[in-house]
Design a protein. Sequence first.
Length: 249
Amino acid sequence: MTATALKLCTAIQQTAAKSFSITESTAQTSCILVETKFHLAETNIKILIGQNELQHRSSCQPSTSFLSTVIAIYPGSFDPITFGHLDIIQRGARLFDTVIVAVLRNPNKTPLFTVQERIEQIQIATSHIPGVQVDSFDGLAVTYAHLRQAKVLLRGLRVLSDFEKELQMAHTNKTLSDQIETVFLATSNEYSFLSSSLVKEIAKFGGPVDHLVPKHVALDIYSRCYAKTHPVAAPTVMDPISTLDHPKA
């Protein structure tokens, strides 16, 4: 082989070696890039999966804001408030976050106590029950419930005649607002006979009522309303308000 041919072969070999080295380096770089892109894609997939799991979990969990704003309205005249009323209030407070005892202002009636006096009596009687508020209203209970952002009207049932009247009222309220639900609680047996009208009737004829209403209410009835007709009666039984939360073993 001539010297010229030998040089040419050597040059070709060197060029081929350089090309192979460049090609190999490029291939390695490409592999690294592909691997990097794969890892990035895998990371993005994991992130998307994590986001979906979080969204799914949050959608499955109950709304805290809803649970913390369940308000029930317990409307009535409460003239005066009795242990039967307190029984419903106390049991309602276990079911709902807030129970608003709403005293009806009715200008067409002549109550035994003024609205403000009844509010004060109820505030004292319910001071030991968490989540209870006392207010007054006039007009429709449904309208007041919307005003206070309440979803429930709480009602107590004593006898069958109560159910017929309250069911009719619940159906009427439903036609006024389908966002308000009426919840009935059956009065405890020991208070199934009790009503504000009965208390006033007994007190009117000089009978003791301290076993039917809180003591401070009984004193208001005796001293303020009927002091001229009979003296203050002595307590006949222990005040049931202190035993509502502490049943006998």
